[in-house]
Ligand binder design. Structure first.
Ligand SMILES: Cc1cc2nc3c(=O)[nH]c(=O)nc-3n(C[C@H](O)[C@H](O)[C@H](O)COP(=O)(O)OP(=O)(O)OC[C@H]3O[C@@H](n4cnc5c(N)ncnc54)[C@H](O)[C@@H]3O)c2cc1C
Length: 425
């Protein structure tokens, strides 16, 4: 009797126990004494990757999953602006990966340095070669530090940070803000969209303003925006700046950062040289480097990955799926979205490995909270239904709050705790 891997998954998924020999497709160890299960390798244990790995194991218990991540711990960007405000500390947003192996996920602490999509083998910095049947890339964004002249030097000298990946730069920026004199100027400079977390810069301005209002009320914030207008939750943020922090936030649209001088503490835009005491420059971004290694960073500019949005499989490289911030889609680059991609992708992979058709009309949602003060937040929420030929179409459900409230602030913190648990527990 011969059964291929798909047939095996179908019957064993139905609860029938069989023992087979001679399956051929697992890592080329030369050992083929027992039936090999299909193997999915997931790269990156952030919101997208951790969630995808967990749900593949939950929905496809016959699928082996290896999750590769270089960091010991997950540090959440959501609520990292609260750390800058001194409302939470870094420990609060830092979580271990200890629970993932309980789902049967094999965790590999390493960094992927190469992908052979023909042989379906991933190579790591540590020298491992890991075969896959299907590969999920969830590396988040790569910072294009060369896009702002002088940024690399200023960053290496510890003078200017982006803090757009939560971790040591979040801690350093908080220290810089604490050390700034009352009456000083904090300059936050962000690129034109698309970038990770559309409302993030405006929430950051609110959070730093909240801190200044309490600790150094004569201080100013200059927000240099590479976009022509506030790109997300405009009524919420303008209300907060006008009512909670009048005169403190100087918002300047169409002011993309071109250069930064960490010695003279100046950010240069097309119009101005803007001097500050603390400079926080967020460069342009693109899909994580590993996507280029797999040949899936394939939009016209070579920055983002185009995928079939019903399965998140690359439009050009078979058996490679990309989720989270790395994809090109008219959807916000958020943690909430990344976990929704992850679940649609996990379900599709389980179906494809079992020889079945994935759900042709998946539905996803995005909810994004932003704090406007130490006690108030607002949100934007949308539901999207996949339609063939159109992609994800926004449904009438959803909306946005024009003003922050204490109730939404409570939801905001609960949302974070829930999404961390959903991805990591
Ligand atoms: C200030 C700020 C506030 C935010 N607030 C919110 C919010 O309130 N709500 C919300 O929904 N979203 C928010 N976001 C956005 C959210 O953080 C991102 O959209 C989300 O992290 C994207 O998930 P991801 O899985 O694509 O990438 P990530 O979560 O960044 O995970 C990528 C992982 O891949 C790993 N990796 C990268 N390359 C490799 C490699 N070669 N080998 C192995 N591993 C690799 C990295 O180490 C990392 O752990 C915020 C972002 C910022 C910056």
């Amino acid at each position: 009797m011969t059964l291929n891997r798909r047939d095996f998954l179908k019957v064993s998924g139905a609860g029938v126990a069989i023992t087979l020999t001679g399956c051929s497709s697992q890592p080329s160890s030369g050992k083929s004494a027992s039936m090999a299960k299909p193997h999915v390798v997931v790269v990156g244990a952030g919101f997208g990757g951790a969630t995808c790995a967990k749900y593949i194991r939950q929905w496809g218990p016959n699928v082996d999953v290896t999750l590769i991540e270089p960091n010991d711990k997950f540090v959440s960007c959501p609520l990292s602006n609260w750390v800058l405000a001194g409302m939470k500390n870094l420990d609060f947003i830092t979580h271990g990966y200890d629970n993932l192996p309980k789902h049967g996920i094999k965790m590999v602490k390493d960094y992927v340095t190469g992908i052979d999509v023909e042989k379906r083998v991933v190579t790591t910095k540590g020298g491992a070669k890991i075969s896959y049947d299907r590969l999920v890339l969830a590396p988040g964004v790569e910072m294009l530090t060369d896009s702002v002249k002088g940024f690399k030097e200023a960053e290496a000298a510890g003078k200017v940070v982006h803090a757009w990946k939560a971790g040591p730069q979040t801690a350093l920026l908080r220290k810089q803000l604490e050390a700034m004199p009352d009456g000083g100027t904090y300059v936050l400079s962000v690129p034109a969209a698309p970038y990770r977390c559309p409302p993030g810069p405006y929430e950051r301005a609110c959070m730093v303003a909240n801190y200044f209002k309490q600790a150094k009320p004569k201080s100013k914030i200059i927000l240099l925006d590479g976009n022509p207008d506030i790109v997300s939750k405009k009524p919420l943020f303008t209300d907060a700046w006008n009512t909670l922090y009048p005169g403190m936030v100087d918002y300047r649209p169409n002011n993309a950062p071109l250069a930064v001088d960490g010695n003279r503490m100046i950010v240069t835009t097309e119009f101005d040289d803007v001097k500050g005491d603390v400079l926080n420059v967020v460069p342009k971004q693109r899909a994580g480097e590993v996507c280029a290694q797999a040949g899936v960073r394939n939009d016209s500019a070579g920055n983002w990955c185009t995928v079939n949005l019903a399965t998140f499989e690359s439009t050009t490289v078979p058996n490679v799926h990309i989720i989270g911030d790395s994809i090109l889609a008219p959807l916000p680059k958020s943690g909430h979205m990344a976990t929704n991609h992850a679940k649609v992708c996990a379900a599709a992979i389980v179906e494809l490995l079992a020889g079945r058709q994935p759900d042709p009309i998946p539905v996803i949602a995005n909810t994004c909270y932003s704090a406007t003060s130490g006690t108030t937040s607002g949100y934007v929420a949308h539901v999207y239904r996949f339609e063939a030929g159109k992609g994800y179409v926004a449904q009438p459900e959803g909306g946005a709050t024009p003003k922050g409230s204490e109730l939404v602030f409570a939801y905001n913190e609960s949302w974070a705790k829930n999404i961390w648990a959903n991805a990591l527990d």
